[in-house]
Design a protein around this ligand. Structure first.
Ligand SMILES: Cc1cc2nc3c(=O)[nH]c(=O)nc-3n(C[C@H](O)[C@H](O)[C@H](O)COP(=O)(O)OP(=O)(O)OC[C@H]3O[C@@H](n4cnc5c(N)ncnc54)[C@H](O)[C@@H]3O)c2cc1C
Length: 399
């Protein structure tokens, strides 16, 4: 097979939120990058995942010129609802912080970023196979892949590992890299359904038998989740069982019963917490899910991926603008404090809202914590500051 050799300053592996956002940031700084993705473009554009995004993320996407559709179509939320003991409470974080959260699907953000990149005429490869990376411990790393029957060899200065938790770049880190992991003993069964949302904003329903989460993707489509055992399969969950369990766990005395409708997408997501440190090795930098994972409970994963892209884009801007490596060398140290705040937030929400055992003591402790969230303004403000997004560690390009 022919091999075509090319050179780019940066190779970005993965066309998820981390990779495509970094690509846009570098493009606007005239840094020459190529995006290499193993999946097809259609698959990437349609993958259903995140939906709740922070104000800080929206602000960056706006600066990057990729948020026109988001501003037209996203739902703006002030906080979320918490249902406890069949009573519904609104936690109004906007009133306490002046900020908002936005509901706009991850697939839409990805599509907007792909369209912008295509508009720039910048290189982007989908459907790459047999991706191999060598020389990350040197200043001349190489990425090879096959596409449309040709082998490609790309020489670069840096590799951005944006290939998610199952990608290859996390496996290229040295043996003494610390990968701190906590696996939760349950999963989330997620559905998309044609029904109107029960509440105007997302809602967590805490129930002694387990959590249910009610979110939306517009006025007629809902995204709902059920806490389920980690070893369950989708075959265990016919539609009637999903609706009956969602209804049971979300029953209230102050709202009508949950509407049911056609379920047109369903998936299972394990709940894991992971932090990799350091986040860089030689010319390789890990971003987003390739470096850390939070359970979806706190809606933080995509937001962290974009925050990492800011930190690396800022550092690469310094490097290519001034040949200054300082920010590259401190990439992980700069990104990690915000990552740990998101880990703590997701951990707090996960351990408070989910059922871990059938000990009544555990349920009463969790109830007591939720009552503080409902009754104390100080608790609500602290929760809201992180839910709506702590400031990003750096701007996306040098000031
Ligand atoms: C059910 C669920 C709900 C969620 N809800 C939220 C939410 O509301 N808010 C939020 O902020 N986050 C949420 N998240 C988390 C969010 O979806 C992820 O954190 C986010 O996708 C991470 O982006 P990423 O770009 O780092 O990785 P990914 O989105 O995983 O992208 C990685 C890309 O790399 C590609 N790839 C893999 N291997 C290779 C390779 N060898 N070479 C090249 N490319 C490769 C993959 O195909 C993929 O396209 C949710 C997650 C789940 C599962």
């Amino acid at each position: 097979m022919d091999t075509v050799t090319t050179r780019h300053q940066v190779v970005i592996l993965g066309a998820g939120p981390a990779g495509l956002t970094l690509a846009r940031m570098l493009s606007l700084q005239n840094v020459d990058a190529i995006v290499v993705e193993t999946r097809t473009e259609d698959y990437v554009r349609e993958r259903v995942r995140a939906g709740v995004i922070e104000q800080s993320t929206v602000d960056v996407l706006t600066e990057l010129g990729v948020a026109d559709r988001l501003h037209r179509e996203a739902l703006r939320h002030d906080g979320f609802y918490l249902r406890l003991d069949e009573q519904t409470h609104h936690l109004d974080f906007h009133a306490l912080t002046g900020r908002n959260a936005f509901v706009y699907g991850q697939a839409e953000i990805v599509a907007d970023l792909i369209d912008a990149r295509r508009g720039d005429g910048a290189p982007m490869v989908f459907g790459a196979s047999d991706v191999a990376v060598t020389g990350v411990d040197s200043a001349t790393p190489v990425v090879e892949y096959t596409q449309a029957g040709r082998r490609h060899r790309v020489q670069a200065d840096f590799i951005a590992g944006c290939d998610g938790s199952h990608g290859i770049t996390p496996t290229l880190m040295p043996a003494d890299t610390q990968v701190m992991t906590r696996t939760h003993p349950f999963a989330w069964l997620g559905i998309l359904a044609r029904t109107a949302p029960t509440t105007a904003e997302g809602m967590y329903c805490a129930h002694p038998d387990g959590l249910s989460v009610h979110s939306m993707r517009g006025t007629q489509i809902t995204r709902q989740y059920l806490q389920v055992p980690a070893d369950t399969t989708l075959d265990d969950w016919p539609d009637e069982r999903i609706w009956s369990e969602l209804r049971r766990r979300s029953r209230s005395s102050d709202h009508p019963e949950l509407e049911t409708g056609e379920i047109f997408d369903r998936s299972l997501a394990p709940l894991r917490s992971v932090v990799t440190t350091p986040m860089q090795f030689g010319s390789l930098f890990l971003l987003g899910d390739a470096a850390h994972i939070v359970p979806p409970t706190g809606a933080k994963g995509l937001n962290l991926a974009i925050s990492d892209a800011c930190v690396l884009s800022h550092a690469l801007g310094h490097y290519y603008g001034h040949r200054d490596r300082t920010h590259l060398e401190s990439y992980g140290e700069t990104a990690l404090p915000r990552i740990w705040q998101a880990q703590l937030f997701s951990w707090t929400l996960t351990t408070t809202l989910h059922r871990f055992d059938d000990n009544p003591y555990s349920w009463e402790l969790r109830r007591a914590r939720m009552r503080r969230w409902i009754d104390s303004e100080a608790e609500q403000r602290a929760l809201g500051e992180v839910y709506l997004g702590l400031p990003f560690p750096t701007p996306w390009r040098p000031e």
